[in-house]
Design a protein around this ligand. Structure first.
Ligand SMILES: Nc1ncnc2c1ncn2[C@@H]1O[C@H](COP(=O)(O)OP(=O)(O)OP(=O)(O)O)[C@@H](O)[C@H]1O
Ligand SMILES: [Mg+2]
Length: 423
């Protein structure tokens, strides 16, 4: 018995030493080859390239709207809309950077405050947003539970200390409304009536087209004095963006024929998202680097696409409310045995899941709408079919492979915490 244990320990040790040898060898090999990246930061989200290609027109439009600030006149408020990854944040940051350069050269009293409302603890409440803005003025707000009017009195006094042209950028502004309702934005759009010296200009940025529908009409008209839409990039435009960034990020001759083209085609297939294109290229580069390859090959790109696709679906599921989880779970369960299903079947299974998860079931009509939303998110494929006099239904399939399906199922298991096994 003792002998056997000794042999087992010895075997484990030998394997361990062998593995260590292999790891060491890997490190040696890794170091013996130069990284394929020359400046990986050029592929990261916060990198601001010197030249923004295919956005010359939008840059000029933003510049024209905001230019009066340099004459110390208040520009119109500006609302920018465009799908994710269409260069909105990049363009606004670049134009404001240029405004500041000119203003600093001439000692003009111009101040720019940029707030990303999506960041945690930044714009979760109206109070926090005001704190965030004042931080740029080196000021703070009293923390005691002051009434809103008193908080604003302190806020106005801080902004009005010296006459300023203040440009406040609220990026991902839909998040602000989601978290604080209309109140914060309403008060900000009315700021200039309370300020004596300083003038405030608002720039709102958002990628959710439904955003303005839910807005108080007074806020909507004030925020959208000027409106600008950023269209999605097409595959050729994405290709030149990738070309520009890859020449900064990678050593020369690292990119093999067709990689950038395919990368652009992948990203254009979704909706012309430059962020996704750059992420794909970065991950493909990392995979090539990890494989100690001296070049980025098409196979690295294909692998990167699979990896990002998986992350993308899982993130989309995680961001949905629990009712959506219950509907998606019903779909996943039914599709374990069948290749396609219909709305009615989903509804029966959904009701059963609701009872098991102690949730109040929604109506069948609402569940059909949720299936439509899940379809838009790419989490199910659910086209509407007409069944003649039997009305309309959705035929539902899942647009991703078995591995992603199983990951999603365990994520939903956890979120729904079903009380009895769901078979
Ligand atoms: N025309 C361009 N030239 C070079 N890089 C670009 C261009 N447009 C976008 N990018 C890059 O793509 C990424 C996404 O751009 P950006 O952050 O501006 O998108 P966005 O429209 O603000 O998206 P979201 O709505 O998700 O915030 C960034 O890394 C940015 O540098
Ligand atoms: Mg942005």
């Amino acid at each position: 018995m003792l002998n056997r244990r000794f042999l087992l320990v010895k075997l484990r040790l030998t394997l361990w030493v062998k593995l260590l040898g292999e790891v060491e060898e890997f490190f040696e090999q890794y170091l013996s080859q130069d990284s394929i990246f020359s400046n990986k930061a050029a592929l990261q989200a916060q990198y601001i390239p010197n030249q923004i290609v295919h956005r010359e027109e939008q840059q000029q439009q933003v510049a024209r709207v905001l230019a009066p600030v340099l004459r110390l006149q208040k520009p119109s408020n500006l609302f920018i809309y465009g799908k994710t990854g269409t260069g909105k944040t990049l363009v606004i940051k670049q134009v404001l950077q240029d405004i500041l350069k000119v203003a600093t050269g001439r000692a003009l009293p111009i101040k720019i405050v940029y707030v990303n409302c999506k960041l945690k603890h930044v714009a979760d409440t109206e109070y926090r947003l005001l704190v965030q803005i004042l931080r740029d003025f080196g000021k703070s707000l009293p923390t005691t539970g002051l009434p809103t009017e008193e908080v604003y009195r302190v806020f106005y006094a801080a902004l009005d200390e010296q006459p300023l042209q203040l440009v406040l950028v609220l990026d991902e502004i839909d998040e602000l409304i989601g978290k604080t309702g209309n109140s914060a934005l309403y008060n900000l759009t009315r700021c200039n009536t309370a300020l004596l010296k300083t003038r405030l200009t608002l720039v709102g940025i958002c990628n959710n087209i439904m955003f303005t529908d839910g807005l108080d009409p007074r806020i909507k008209s004030s925020l959208s004095e000027e409106e600008l839409i950023f269209p999605p990039y097409n595959a050729l435009q994405l290709q030149s963006i990738l070309q520009q960034r890859s020449s900064l990020a990678f050593r020369s001759n690292v990119m093999t024929q067709g990689v950038l083209e395919k990368c652009a085609a992948f990203a254009a297939r979704e909706h012309g998202d430059a962020r996704r294109a750059l992420d794909l290229l970065r991950v493909a580069g990392e995979l090539a680097d990890r494989a100690i390859s001296s070049q980025v090959l098409i196979e690295h790109l294909d692998e990167a696409e699979k990896k990002l696709e998986k992350d993308h679906h899982l993130e989309a599921v995680a961001n949905q409310p629990r009712q959506y989880h219950a509907v998606l779970y019903a779909v996943c369960k039914l599709l374990e045995q069948r290749s396609s299903i219909f709305t009615g079947e989903v509804y029966s299974r959904y009701q059963f899941i609701c009872s098991s998860a102690s949730m109040r079931p929604l109506t069948q009509r609402r569940v059909s709408d949720i299936l439509g939303d899940l379809d838009i998110l790419g989490l199910v494929h659910a086209p509407i079919l007409s069944k003649g006099r039997y009305g309309r239904t959705r035929q539902i399939t899942l647009p991703y492979g078995a591995e992603v399906q199983s990951k999603i199922r365990s994520m939903l298991d956890e979120s729904l915490a079903l009380q009895h096994a769901e078979h």
